[in-house]
Design a protein around this ligand. Structure first.
Ligand SMILES: [Zn+2]
Length: 193
């Protein structure tokens, strides 16, 4: 059983109340990760996954935290080794639209995608879907790869971000096709109106 002790001290001379909470032992700073969207430190809760000789293995010290500001899982940016696409590519829409999980500033690039689209143009964004995590066996979910996936977004939360940058959301669907080329993903169809 964990014990939470709260001591409230009335500091009369300053005219303020100071509450001091003593609870679980502090987490080693290394295992705290700062949410890339809101800046709140969150403890690492799921170890990252890598594949060696066809077998899934877990990193001892690299993994994902959760933040409920946008319902996202995230790792530290320095864990990512996936190469960023070329900013000035002629295929900006194609390259960035399919790489949002791996980018350092996905919301900035979502705005970039909006700017690159012509009015009336349709854009389909595909992202890893943490909905497919089986919580009793989280390490079967291949999305927890801290070399590739920086932020894993809840579908509903990302739909809201798409609306914020100006897109009309036509549909948002989880990929339930067992023979899918994009398993454990969702697809959001957007139009620049
Ligand atoms: Zn946050």
């Amino acid at each position: 059983m964990s014990v939470v002790l709260v001591v409230v001290t009335n500091v009369k001379s300053l005219g303020v109340s100071v509450a001091v909470a003593k609870s679980l032992p502090p987490v080693d700073k290394f295992f705290m990760q700062v949410c890339p969207i809101c800046g709140t430190p969150q403890r690492m809760m799921i170890r990252g996954l890598y594949v060696e000789n066809g077998k899934s293995q877990l990193y001892p010290d690299t993994g994902y935290s959760f933040c409920n500001c946008r319902n996202i899982f995230f790792t530290k940016w320095e864990n990512i080794t996936a190469e960023a696409p070329n900013m000035y590519s002629d295929n900006y829409i194609q390259e960035y639209g399919s790489r949002l999980n791996s980018l350092q500033f996905p919301l900035m690039h979502l705005g970039g995608l909006f700017n690159h689209c012509n009015v009336g143009e349709i854009l389909i964004i595909t992202m890893r879907d943490p909905y497919f995590v089986i919580w009793t066996r989280p390490h079967e979910y291949t999305g927890f790869n801290p070399r590739t996936n920086y932020i894993l977004w809840d579908m509903g939360s990302f739909v809201e971000e798409c609306k914020k940058v100006g897109f009309t959301v036509i549909s948002a669907d989880r990929d339930m096709n067992v023979e899918s080329k994009t398993p454990e993903c969702y697809h959001i169809t957007l139009r620049k109106s």
